[in-house]
Each structure stands twice: as structure tokens, then as C-alpha cells.
Design a protein around this ligand. Structure first.
Ligand SMILES: [Zn+2]
Length: 372
């Protein structure tokens, strides 16, 4: 969903972008503010309607970004990387690099966004109070932004995934049950409940005359529902694979080749002969790096003879490896966070094998078949 985004730069070192879908909502909100100001304050000039409409809209999206920055700053504080902040049609999202390790971390990261929104709400109501006697424009701007930020804080605190309140709920259940899986299932279940409530309420609103508002609420419900369901699927994969250790699914089917051979050698004598798609670059039983078809395709074909594997491999320092005794969750986490297909299994610096996506999917399938 966030692939079709325009990069706008960085904030606090975090890449910031807007999804194409956001431009639609920006235009909608700006026009609706313009018409709202025009009907509430007919004595203003057209320029004032326009200027305050656009300024209010821009400050609204700045508020959404600040909300996401609230989450991001806390995540960074706990050493959790933030991949990007993106604005899209339903608001903003901070892509947090991994799940928090402790309930308290998750609680703080989740609550930080609504706290920022509530603070901004108070701030803008302050602007409204101060401007009341002197500028109707600033008073109207402050009032609208004050209300919307308080609304954002309250909406996000609804206790269901994928909203912040769902994460708050999960962190509390996690703390008191000690089970991340059970807490996730409860947060996702509650998220589905609220999503259906939104959809039903939206349909009801649409049928009783508020067509646009009703449809909008319905769409938000539908978006929440699909996100909550995705969480349920992830949680059920995790629970299906519970008890599995990395060594159980580890294979040795990747090629192991020294770094000095050429890409031409790798392709002609290994990849095109064996059908094996993953290549580990090794030095004895030490892992030096990994090469996928992606790295090979970066090099023009006429240079394959002259380019060695170690020149293009993803080096060992950049790879996350897992120990053989780790629970399978570790592999699932690395696969989804780094968007790769194989995780090297390493113990005391020695490469034992790889744990890969295909094998895990096969295992999920087998386990589900026997369960049914
Ligand atoms: Zn949030």
C-alpha cells in the first residue's frame, strides 16, 4: 500500500513520504474547510476563506505527522528502527522496524501518539482563546484544529488493532498474561469488533441521509477490518508454528562458494545447473555473505566475468543470523522485517545452514492439514 509514495525528505533522520492517495484527501479536506468557513463566516473575504482553509488543512496534516513522530521518537529511544513515516488516505503511519521486546516499551510507543495529539488539541484551543477578540480567522483555525486533534487522540485510543489503543490493550494483556501471542489475538479480535461497529454505523448513517459521512466511516471500518484480519493471520501462523526450533526447519540446500569466483562462474556452473536459488559466500565454515538473484541482476551481463561474488554480496555484517536453538518466531521476524527469503543459521561464528520461507510455509500447511 505504501509503495506508491512520493519521498519528501527526512524528519529526525526518518524518511518521510506521502502516498498518492493522500492528495485526494488533502484536496477534500481543504475544499470542505473552505466551504465550511465560507458558510460560517460570510463576512470574511474570499482570500481569507482560502488562506485559512489551506493553512488549517496544512496544519492538520502537520499534526498527523507530529502524532507519528511521537511514536517514532519513543521507538528510537528503545533502539527500534523506524523505516518511514507515510501519509496516506486514512491518516499517517510510522513503520516501526520490529515488535517491541517488552510490554512497557510497546505501551509507551503506542500511547505517545495520542498524547501528542491531545497536547496539540489543547494548544490549538489555546490559540482559539487568545485569538477570539482579535482575529476571527485564527480563532476558527484554532477551534477546528483543537477539536480534530482531540478527536484523533480519542479515535486512536479505541482498544482494537491496528489502532494505538489496540497496542495499548495488547501491552497490558501481555504484561499480565506473559503471552505475546494471546495478547495479540485479543487485540486483533477487539479490532475486528470495532471495525464491524464502524461499518454498521457507517451504513446506518448513509441510509439515514448522511451519505458521504456514512460511506467514509464505513470505509474506515473496512480498512480497520482488513488490518485486524492481517494481524489475526500473522498471529495464527505464529501459533501454528509454536514449539518449532530453528534447527528443526534448517536446511543445507543453499550453495556454498568462495568469494573469489566470478558471477559468470556462479550463474553458468551452479545456478543454471542445480536449480538452487540461494548462494552463501563462505570461507571454510565461516559465513562471509549472501547473494540472491537481485544482487546478480544489478551487474551488467558483460561484467559478469570480471566481477567476483565478494564484490557484490550482502556482507555478513549486514545479515541478521539466528542461532539453531532459537524459537521459530525469530526467523519469522527477520523474514518479515528484512523482506528476505532465507535467514542464515549461525552458531559460534560457524554457518550451519539456512532457515527459509518456503520450508516454513510447507510446515504451516502440513500442521494445518493434520489439525483439521
Ligand atoms: Zn498513532
Amino acid at each position: 500500500m505504501y509503495a506508491q509514495s512520493v519521498r519528501m525528505g527526512r524528519i529526525l533522520g526518518i524518511p518521510f513520504g506521502v502516498n498518492y492517495s493522500w492528495f485526494i484527501i488533502f484536496v477534500l479536506i481543504t475544499t470542505s474547510l473552505f466551504t465550511q468557513f465560507a458558510s460560517l463566516h460570510p463576512q470574511w473575504t474570499i482570500t481569507e476563506h482560502l488562506v485559512f482553509g489551506i493553512a488549517t488543512s496544512i496544519l492538520f496534516f502537520a499534526s498527523v505527522v507530529l502524532h507519528e513522530l511521537g511514536h517514532s521518537v519513543m521507538a528510537l529511544k528503545y533502539g527500534i528502527p523506524v523505516k518511514a513515516i507515510t501519509l496516506f488516505v486514512f491518516g499517517g503511519v510510522a513503520e516501526i522496524g520490529k515488535e517491541p521486546e517488552k510490554p512497557m516499551h510497546e505501551f509507551t510507543i503506542a500511547i505517545a501518539g495520542p498524547i501528542v495529539s491531545a497536547g496539540l488539541g489543547v494548544l490549538f484551543y489555546g490559540v482559539m482563546m487568545l485569538a477570539r477578540g482579535s482575529s476571527e480567522g485564527f480563532a476558527a483555525l484554532g477551534e477546528w484544529l483543537g477539536r480534530i486533534n482531540i478527536l484523533l487522540a480519542v479515535f486512536n485510543l479505541i482498544p482494537g488493532f491496528p489502532l494505538d489503543g489496540g497496542r495499548v490493550l495488547r501491552s497490558i494483556v501481555w504484561k499480565y498474561t506473559g503471552s505475546f501471542e494471546r495478547a495479540t489475538a485479543i487485540g486483533a479480535g477487539s479490532g475486528q469488533f470495532f471495525a464491524y461497529a464502524f461499518i454498521i454505523y457507517g451504513i446506518f448513517q448513509a441510509l439515514s441521509g448522511n451519505v458521504f459521512g456514512g460511506l467514509w466511516i464505513g470505509f474506515i471500518g473496512w480498512f480497520l477490518l482488513s488490518a485486524a484480519q492481517a494481524t489475526v493471520v500473522q498471529a495464527s501462523i505464529r501459533s501454528t508454528l509454536s514449539g518449532v526450533r530453528v534447527r528443526d526447519v534448517m536446511t543445507n540446500e543453499c550453495l556454498r562458494l568462495p568469494g573469489f569466483i566470478s558471477i559468470a562462474d556462479l550463474v553458468e556452473n551452479h545456478l543454471l545447473k542445480t536449480g538452487v536459488r540461494c548462494t552463501l559466500v563462505t570461507d571454510g565454515d565461516r559465513l562471509r555473505g549472501l547473494i540472491t538473484l537481485h544482487e546478480i541482476k544489478q551487474v551488467p551481463r558483460e561484467e559478469w566475468n570480471r566481477t567476483s561474488l565478494q564484490a557484490v554480496m550482502v556482507t555478513e555484517e549486514l545479515l541478521t543470523s539466528v542461532p539453531p536453538d532459537a524459537a521459530i518466531e525469530a526467523v519469522l521476524r527477520v523474514l518479515s522485517e528484512e523482506n528476505i527469503n532465507q535467514v542464515p543459521v549461525v552458531q559460534n561464528g560457524r554457518l550451519l545452514g539456512v532457515a527459509g520461507r518456503e520450508r516454513l510455509l510447507a510446515l504451516v500447511k502440513t500442521r494445518l492439514e493434520f489439525k483439521a
